[in-house]
Design a protein around this ligand. Structure first.
Ligand SMILES: [Zn+2]
Ligand SMILES: [Zn+2]
Length: 119
C-alpha cells in the first residue's frame, strides 16, 4: 500500500480517522496512534479521548454492579442461612426468609453477569 497523499511513496501506517495510508512524511503521531499530519490530528485526538472516557465509564458501571453483587450476595446468604437455622422453630416464617434469600442471591447473580459484560 502507498501513501494516499504521495501515491509513489510506500505507506508506514493508517490514519485512525480516515483509514488512509500514510508515508513517514505525512504521518503524525497522536496519542500513540497515527493521523494525517495537519489534517486529522485533531479528529484522532478527540477519538482517543472519547475511547478513554468510554473505558473509564464502563469501569465505573462495572464496579457498581460488583458492589451490588457482593451486597445482595452477603445478605442473601445470611437470609438463607438464618431461615435454614430457624426452620424448625419458625416454620413458614423461616421458609419466607429463605425464599427472600434465594431471591437476593438471584439478584446478586444477575448483577455479577452484568458486571462481566463490562470487562
Ligand atoms: Zn486522516
Ligand atoms: Zn505521504
Amino acid at each position: 500500500m502507498n501513501c494516499f497523499y504521495h501515491p509513489t511513496t510506500p505507506a508506514v501506517g493508517l490514519c485512525k480517522h480516515c483509514q488512509r495510508g500514510l508515508c513517514s512524511e505525512c504521518a503524525a503521531v497522536v496519542d500513540d496512534v497515527l493521523a494525517c499530519k495537519n489534517r486529522h490530528e485533531e479528529g484522532v485526538h478527540k477519538l482517543e479521548i472519547l475511547t478513554a472516557r468510554n473505558l473509564l465509564q464502563s469501569e465505573r458501571v462495572r464496579s457498581v454492579y460488583m458492589k451490588n453483587f457482593s451486597f445482595y450476595g452477603l445478605v442473601g446468604v445470611a437470609f438463607v442461612g438464618f431461615g435454614w437455622w430457624q426452620l424448625d422453630f419458625l416454620g413458614l416464617q423461616a421458609a419466607l426468609f429463605m425464599a427472600l434469600g434465594v431471591f437476593l442471591l438471584y439478584a446478586a447473580l444477575t448483577n455479577y453477569l452484568e458486571a462481566k459484560k463490562y470487562k
